[in-house]
Design a protein around this ligand. Sequence first.
Ligand code: PAF
Length: 283
Amino acid sequence: MEIIFDLKGLRGAVSGWKNQGNSIALVPTMGNLHLGHLSLIEGAKDQADRTVVSIFVNPIQFGHGEDYELYPSTLEQDLDILRDANVDLVFAPNLDELYPAGIEADTRITVPDISDILCGEFRPGHFSGVATVVMKLLINVQPDYAFFGEKDYQQTLVIRRMVSDLLLPVKVLTLPIIREENGLAMSSRNSYLNESQKQLSSGIYKAIEKAATMLRTGADSFDGIEKSSVDWLEELGFKVEYFSIRRRQDLKLVNDGVDKSLIILVAAWIGDTRLIDNLQVDI
Ligand code: PAF
């Protein structure tokens, strides 16, 4: 496994593979790898001849007062995991490599509409930060495929829209959420939770499963389901940012009786940790 820290080395390695006719899959990560990342890596290895994993905690997708400084950095442990997973190349640049002009003065990519709702409403600038760094990675790795996890469902739509609008020759592939035994969606941020918070956090999945059953059986209106789910989660001790039933293709509000492919999305705080989750539902 090659471990590369600079763009020059990265470009050299991928152009060598391209000259040999190899296809390339990229799995962008912020490190602190878990089974969710491993499922993306397995997907990438099945899809392409060569797999590149990037590890970079991207400061511009964190808001002021968010957890950028705290974000777990576990490079040695991550490299062991990636070696065991037979990844071909790990790209782990430092800040200057990806932001030579500094993070304030940097050019930003903004994907309209989809970036401003749900998580975008509570984390202004977040999706622009994600789109910008993913663009930098796509330009330099030039992968045939790029893999993203569906836990960050809104992020996958932002990236798909950017790729489509900017005519990037890459296929975006997404894979389902991997869950802990108690239903908690795997996330690097779960490492912030103590044991009792971890147990309590299964409530998020229980809430979306309950809401999904109500949706399928038509037990209540969309508003009614959202409201009772928020109440239930708040009773358990969560501070809910949103609990929302949306159209799956663009996260717009559901046209009752017309849209059938839906998704339930939730963002909620437990103590100082913000968790997100979602569940796709067909009605
Ligand atoms: O999903 C993530 O871990 C990040 O948002 C990503 C896509 C690696 C960009 O920093």
